[in-house]
Design a protein around this ligand. Sequence first.
Ligand SMILES: *[C@@H]1O[C@H](CO)[C@@H](O)[C@H](O)[C@H]1NC(C)=O
Ligand SMILES: *[C@@H]1O[C@H](CO)[C@@H](O)[C@H](O)[C@H]1NC(C)=O
Ligand SMILES: *[C@@H]1O[C@H](CO)[C@@H](O)[C@H](O)[C@H]1NC(C)=O
Ligand SMILES: *[C@@H]1O[C@H](CO)[C@@H](O)[C@H](O)[C@H]1NC(C)=O
Length: 153
Amino acid sequence: MGRGVVLAGFLVVAMLACLRGAAATEYVVGDSRGWTASPNITVGYYDEWAANKTFRGGDTLKFVWNGTHNVAIVSKEDYDNCTKVISVFYGGEAFSVTFPTDANGPSYFISTVDSDCENGQKLAINVVSSAASITALSVLVLVLSSIMAMFMN
Ligand SMILES: *[C@@H]1O[C@H](CO)[C@@H](O)[C@H](O)[C@H]1NC(C)=O
Ligand SMILES: *[C@@H]1O[C@H](CO)[C@@H](O)[C@H](O)[C@H]1NC(C)=O
Ligand SMILES: *[C@@H]1O[C@H](CO)[C@@H](O)[C@H](O)[C@H]1NC(C)=O
Ligand SMILES: *[C@@H]1O[C@H](CO)[C@@H](O)[C@H](O)[C@H]1NC(C)=O
C-alpha cells in the first residue's frame, strides 16, 4: 500500500506539473511579422493567424511591433467599425495581455493609428476556458492513480 500511495502521489504531482506548463501558452501575434499594417500584411492576415489556434484562459497574447502602432482592446462593434477609441495601450513597441484562467468568450484588438485597422491590423479571437479540461484531466489522473495503487498492493 505504501509504495502505491507514493507512486500515486508522484503521478499526481507530475501530471499537475505538465498541466501548468500546458495551460499557459504565449502567442506572439502574427508570429515573426508581429503586429503590423499595410504593406506588411493584407486584410484578413490576423484572422488567418488565429484560425488554427485554440486560445485558453491563462494564455498570453504578446503584441510586438516596429514603428507607429498601438493596441486597443475593444468591443465587437468597435472592432467591426475600426472605431478610434480613446483608451489605447502603447507600451513602447510591445504589449502583453494574459487572459484570466476562467476567461471564456471573444476578445477584440485593433490599432487606432491612421487606417491601419481598416487595412487589416485587427484581431478577433475566442478564448475558451481552461477550467473544464483541467477538471477532466484531474479526474483522469485520480482514476489512473487509484488503479496504479491497487496494482501496487
Ligand atoms: C523590428 O526590427 C528589427 C530590426 O530590423 C527586426 O529584427 C525585428 O524582427 C522587427 N520586428 C518586427 C515585429 O517587425
Ligand atoms: C513592416 O515591417 C518592417 C520590418 O519588420 C518594419 O520595419 C516596418 O515598420 C513595418 N511596417 C509597418 C507599417 O508596420
Ligand atoms: C490550418 O490547418 C489546416 C489543416 O491542418 C491547414 O491546411 C491550413 O494551412 C492551416 N491554416 C493556417 C493559416 O495555418
Ligand atoms: C458602426 O457602424 C454602423 C454602420 O456604419 C453604425 O450603424 C453603428 O452605429 C456603428 N457603431 C458604433 C459603435 O460606432
